[in-house]
Design a protein around this ligand. Structure first.
Ligand SMILES: Cc1cc2nc3c(=O)[nH]c(=O)nc-3n(C[C@H](O)[C@H](O)[C@H](O)COP(=O)(O)OP(=O)(O)OC[C@H]3O[C@@H](n4cnc5c(N)ncnc54)[C@H](O)[C@@H]3O)c2cc1C
Length: 447
């Protein structure tokens, strides 16, 4: 077994929200063997993928294992689309390599700057959840470094309890070393996108209902408008364009991008600037059909690198909840009225319909349930943190729950809405009785 990688001194680390920031000792293994060796000797650690979880899920002051060094493609079968990659590989690199060959991931989050290990650990969902489920449903197997130095291969049939605890398990079962998953065939890099405007909450929910046959659907929602316009939204739905309808099938990506090179002052983002942005965005969302590149369709925010700095030095937190279908209309209305009443709305508010969770989705702590999910960004201020507690009460009253990958602040009681938690705890107690794999989040929530 090779010696663990050298250990640098503590570094200030945070998730994407830059809240909280913690001094963490970072270990950066160069390969899977070094990761296994470190996992065996460290008394307490957590894996860090690419830091796109918003809060403290990937932070452990004692030892945070930066996984980006463990990257690269190990195998690809063009007959089946089965791709084996090391867990520190960025989704952006997978897309860069495989889209020109006609392959795309079956599920993608709203940024491509995530690692495959992070995608499994959060069991991420995309705009196609109602059709494809979570990413874990497409994972054929994964290799996991355990607390005792063993490496375990697990899948839906091999060590299935470990597999189900690891998909969505936020790094708390071990270090994911490699992931095998099935890619999806596409004919072009374009999306046939239809844009529709909904003047209020009922209208957008009806539009989601009417979009069930579309592969992708998502809505931007104006969370500052009230009264008759409460919940007014711009819904986009899309399909991968066929070669026959696209002028430039699989053309290479155009190099575009802008970096937010500084922190905006805190006062720049206030109820007036957000209200003005929302009104503009609603009007700009012209109904119609267009062929668009999949980059802006799936990853509109990736065009501005470090966009999180727009929220200023204090950082931001994201609030993402899901409400069960039968309580969604009442619950979303209550959440939006509460937010609009405070004038604290974010300008990146996203509404999405989740489908029934297919049996193939394994995760004990996976976030989705059939219903509606609402994601909002807030500047990390004391007032907004108090507002989040009010939103928690509404979510809990309506039988909903919060997404661990976005969380930086919830109280342990909110975990009661995860029925798989007792099973997860039992699996973890068997795998890692000393609780070696731990994060600031898992300690805060008593996972
Ligand atoms: C702009 C933006 C849009 C997003 N959109 C979506 C979306 O649409 N849907 C969605 O589901 N999520 C979304 N996310 C959240 C993101 O997909 C998840 O947080 C994902 O886990 C981040 O991956 P990462 O590699 O950056 O992992 P990190 O943020 O570094 O870590 C996240 C978790 O994964 C664990 N982890 C990472 N690597 C490993 C490993 N090798 N072994 C074991 N555990 C590991 C960490 O311990 C931590 O618990 C979005 C995030 C951003 C910033």
């Amino acid at each position: 077994m090779p010696a663990p990688a050298p250990i640098p001194s503590a570094t200030q680390l945070s998730g994407w929200g830059r809240f909280p920031r913690l001094a963490c000792r970072v270990i950066a293994p160069a390969d899977a063997d070094a990761a296994v060796a470190s996992a065996a000797v460290e008394p307490s650690l957590i894996a860090f993928g690419n830091g796109r979880a918003y809060g403290d899920a990937a932070l452990n002051p004692a030892a945070t294992m930066a996984m980006r060094g463990c990257a690269g493609v190990e195998a690809f079968d063009p007959e089946t689309g089965l791709l084996v990659v090391r867990a520190g590989t960025l989704l952006a690199d997978v897309i860069g390599d495989f889209l020109p060959r006609g392959w795309f991931p079956p599920v993608t989050p709203g940024t491509r700057f995530v690692t495959l290990g992070g995608m499994v650990a959060a069991d991420v969902h995309g705009k196609n959840h109602h059709r494809a489920g979570t990413f874990g449903a497409h994972v054929a197997w994964l290799d996991l470094a355990l607390a005792d130095g063993r490496v375990l291969r697990c899948s839906a049939t091999e060590n299935p309890e470990v597999f189900a605890a690891t998909c969505g398990g936020m790094g708390l079962t071990g270090i994911i070393l490699r992931v095998a998953f099935r890619m999806m065939k596409v004919e072009t890099r374009l999306i046939r996108q239809e844009t529709l405007r909904a003047p209020g909450l009922d209208a957008v929910m009806d539009l989601f209902q009417a979009s069930e046959d579309w592969t992708y659907s998502v809505a931007w929602i104006d969370c500052l408008s009230g009264g008759a316009s409460l919940g007014r939204s711009v819904l986009t739905r899309g399909e991968h364009a066929r070669a026959a309808e696209a002028p430039a099938p699989l053309a290479p990506p155009r190099a575009r991008g802008w970096r937010m090179g500084f922190d905006l002052p805190g006062f720049a983002l206030n109820r007036w600037s957000v209200r003005a942005f929302n009104a503009l965005y609603y009007r700009a969302g012209r109904p119609g059909i267009a062929l668009v590149d999949l980059q802006p369709f799936f990853y509109p925010l990736d065009a501005i690198l470090e966009w999180n700095r727009i929220y200023g030095r204090s950082g931001l937190f994201q609030y993402q909840c899901v409400l069960p279908l039968d309580a969604s209309r009442a619950g979303l209305g209550a959440l939006l009225r509460c937010i609009a009443g405070r004038g604290a709305g974010s300008f990146l508010s996203v509404l999405k319909r989740f489908g029934a969770v297919p049996a193939a989705c394994p995760g004990m702590l996976s976030f989705p349930m059939e219903g509606y999910t609402l994601a909002l960004d807030f500047r990390a201020t004391a007032a907004n943190l108090r507002l989040a507690q009010e939103l928690d009460a509404i979510v809990a009253d309506h039988g909903g729950r919060l997404y661990l990958a976005k969380d930086a602040r919830m109280a342990p009681a909110m975990m009661r809405a995860y029925p798989g938690l007792p099973r997860f705890r039992a699996a973890r107690a068997q795998l890692d009785p000393a609780g070696k794999f731990a994060s600031a989040q898992s300690r805060r929530l008593g996972l």
